[in-house]
Design a binder for this molecule. Structure first.
Ligand code: PFF
Length: 461
């Protein structure tokens, strides 16, 4: 992503840097979407929620709710060219509190970063464990013991998390995010190839068909209200929507960027990577006797088993976890961007100060997640550890609620004219019908659907 100072739109805050090429836009947006959500969260939630039925609902939620909301967010951000709070203030009629969506988004960013940084911490730790060769085994007992030893050790959990936070903070403070994005762009194809290799290995295992059936043959009896809510929450988490991240990225979009095309491409690539992760994991889960419902541990215990089947598996596994860490870094940078840009533009803190404050808060909040399997294992709220609670509240409550309000804002306040002008680039693109269809979804379908799923999933009726 190259620098280009934008001239369009109201100037809120300092001069804003924008993406200067179409490919840069696509890469950065994809960099936010693709992360541990694909490699870690998607497989573990699919495993814990019954397999193919969950996948089906997740895909439907992505299409019916995720895509329209993503287009809405990016359009709003590009129209105002500001942080989410200022964007909504600028676009809403005076005194209507739509900007609260931005405040909720900032809260969601802190909650997600608190547990996400811990999962990245496990990935970092696994790079080193893989180098030592201690985890390469297809015996569930061995790989489970290795993972449990890591997460139940409070000091290791904390130190690795601090390492991650210092790493991300360092990237932001040194202003090398662009370098990281450029690197990510070059390295992601390697992650893709490694995933393909893992799929090939996994598909050659004894019980590959059983794994594929689990992933692709829906058992409709397993689709309960809470499964639907979890799948929808995953759709929001995956596309980084409902909390202002895509609004912030939209503010860096160029005026001639094709928003519908970009979102569809990001969504397709993102879905494709998640599917590859699923195909790499489930055949191995069934062949080696892991539990599909192993939870957040699933990937960390299964991936070593797949690599144990390949010559040079140990070193390829090192590469895999390094690349997973890099993918996660892109997602974390986009998450950090929400609070940093809000603190910078709204409270007038310099970017370095805003970054340090964010990191400082995360050290405190994140510790409650890092220690969820050790020192704080018995500390539960609503029956959940802090790690699970932060994940649940952000993905299943704040992001979908943010999605409802963003859809309602576009559908009922911003209006069809401005939205269509944004999706069609002021009539330059010939996608008027598409813009109207997306508007219809945003005005009626998405908010109603999200609300019903939330209320049912949270057992309000
Ligand atoms: N989409 C990222 C992933 O799947 O790993 C996580 C994420 C990034 C969620 C940015 C939300 C966000 F704003």
């Amino acid at each position: 992503m190259n620098e280009k100072t934008s001239t369009a739109g109201p100037k809120l805050g300092l001069a804003r840097a924008g993406f200067s090429s179409g490919f840069g836009v696509l890469a950065a947006t994809l960099g936010s979407a693709v992360g541990l959500g694909n490699i870690w969260k998607f497989p573990y939630l699919t495993g814990a929620n019954g397999g193919a039925g969950f996948l089906l609902v997740y895909v439907l939620a992505t299409l019916l709710v995720g895509l329209p909301v993503m287009m809405a967010e990016i359009s709003l951000g590009r129209a105002a060219k500001a942080n989410p709070i200022s964007t909504l203030q600028a676009l809403a009629p005076k005194r209507q509190p739509w900007w609260l969506i931005g405040v909720a988004g900032m809260l969601a960013a802190f909650l997600i970063l608190s547990f996400y940084s811990e999962v990245v911490a496990w990935v970092f730790a696994y790079v080193f464990k893989a180098m030592r060769g201690s985890i390469l085994s297809s015996d569930p007992q061995v790989t489970e013991a290795a993972f449990n030893a890591l997460i139940s050790d409070p000091l290791q959990s904390l130190l690795w998390q601090w390492g991650v936070l210092v790493f991300i903070g360092g990237i932001l403070l040194l202003g090398v995010t662009k370098g990281i994005e450029a690197m990510t762009k070059k390295l992601m194809p390697i992650l893709f190839l490694l995933l393909l290799l893992l799929c090939a290995v996994s598909l050659s295992l004894d019980k590959a068909l059983q794994g594929l059936a689990f992933l692709f043959q829906p058992d409709f009896s397993k689709i309960t209200a809470s499964v639907v809510l979890t799948a929808m929450g995953l759709a929001f988490f995956k596309l980084s929507i409902g909390m202002g991240t895509m609004m912030t990225y939209g503010s860096y979009f160029r005026d001639d960027q094709n928003i519908p095309l970009t979102t569809v491409r990001v969504m397709s690539a993102d879905l494709c990577i998640s599917m590859l992760a699923g195909i790499a994991i489930f055949p191995a889960v069934f062949t080696f006797g892991f539990a599909p419902a192993a939870g957040p541990a699933l990937v960390f215990i299964t991936i070593p088993a797949v690599f144990s089947q390949i010559p040079m598996g140990q070193w390829l596994m090192v590469v895999f976890f390094v690349l997973a860490a890099i993918a996660a870094t892109g997602a974390m940078l986009s998450l950090m961007e929400v609070p940093v840009v809000i603190l910078h533009e709204r409270l007038g803190l310099s970017r370095p100060k805003a970054t340090l404050l964010t990191i400082g808060l995360l050290v405190v909040l994140g510790a409650s997640c890092a220690l969820s399997n050790s020192a704080l294992a018995d500390f539960k709220l609503f029956g959940m550890s802090m790690f699970d609670l932060f994940d649940f509240v952000s993905s299943n409550i704040i992001l979908p609620a943010g999605g409802i309000f963003i859809a309602l804002f576009v559908g009922w306040v911003w209006g069809v004219d401005k939205f269509s002008r944004s999706l069609t680039n002021h009539g330059q693109l010939h996608n008027q019908k598409l813009a109207q269809a997306v508007f219809f979804l945003l005005r009626y379908v998405s908010p109603a659907l999200i609300l019903v799923v939330m209320l049912k999933g949270l057992k309000f009726f």
